[in-house]
Design a protein around this ligand. Structure first.
Ligand code: KIV
Length: 265
């Protein structure tokens, strides 16, 4: 498999499903790249899953730059997308372009993602004007957790759903190459996917999206329960790590480790 580029991602709509996962460090990036994912996203979800914060709001540009650099070292083929953290683009389009540019110049990221409302259509246009590919993100926007009153399904009401369809079209017209649909009803995700010509990548948005994304810690079973309904665990890494560590604790305490096999003569 060769390098996955933005035009390749766009051409996958209608042809094959796009697979995106998050990563926050080099070894994980290498594993998911070698497993064949199309896009690696350095999500600001690192606030929750790496930093142990209650939400993503405290994540800084410098932290995102650091983690994106690490991830970039592990990737050979996948497209690398960096998430614009809270207040890296909300203050002005000029700040947005400067910060998106930092990702491209300093980390090896090939595109940026930003949580999008109608207020940030011009921001997408400004970043695009600088030649930087942009992924939109609509529906549940974790950076607006206080505004939304929690992590809730979005677009259930018809009027809300219609607004999201219109917003997805505006995001496409602004020049974004794809859009994440988070926590919206499956039927609405299908309508949005049919209404636009750029790929939709769903998380909690059902099977009709052009692609799917999950947070890596969730999909390998490293995250603490409870997990959202849309998460499927493909492994039980948390249980495996706990058992391995407990075995080490016991063997050190009872003298079984290190044996001669793990010692030098
Ligand atoms: O921050 C993140 O990891 C994300 C994905 C879940 C889409 O935005």
């Amino acid at each position: 498999m060769g390098k996955i580029t933005v035009p390749i991602i766009c051409s996958m709509k209608h042809n094959e499903k796009i697979v995106m996962v998050t990563a926050y460090d080099a070894p994980t990036a290498k594993i998911v790249d070698e497993a064949g994912v199309d896009i690696v996203l350095v999500g600001d979800s690192l606030g929750n899953v790496i930093q142990g914060a209650p939400n993503t709001l405290s994540v800084t540009m410098d932290e995102m730059i650091y983690h994106t650099k690490l991830v970039s070292r592990g990737i050979k083929n996948a497209h690398l997308c960096a998430d614009m953290p809270f207040m890296s683009f909300q203050s002005s389009s000029a700040d947005a372009v400067r910060n998106a540019g930092r990702f491209i110049k300093e980390t090896g990221a090939e595109s940026v993602k930003l949580e999008t409302t109608v207020d940030y259509i011009d921001t997408i246009k400004a970043i695009r004007k600088a030649g930087i590919p942009v992924m939109g993100h609509i529906g549940l926007r974790p950076q607006s957790v206080h505004d939304m009153g929690g992590y809730k399904l979005q677009g259930r009401e018809k009027s809300e759903g219609n607004k999201l369809i219109a917003l997805a079209k505006e995001i496409e017209d602004a020049g974004a190459f794809s859009v994440v649909l988070e926590s919206i009803p499956q039927k609405l995700a299908k309508k949005i996917t049919r209404a636009i010509n750029i790929p939709t990548i769903g998380i909690g948005a059902g099977q009709d999206c052009d692609g799917q994304v999950l947070v890596i810690n969730d999909l390998v079973g490293l995250s603490e329960e409870p997990l959202p309904k849309f998460v499927k665990k493909y492994a039980e890494i948390r249980k495996t790590m706990t058992k391995a560590t407990k075995d080490f604790v016991n063997e050190v305490r009872n003298g079984a480790f290190p044996s001669s096999e793990h010692s030098y003569d």
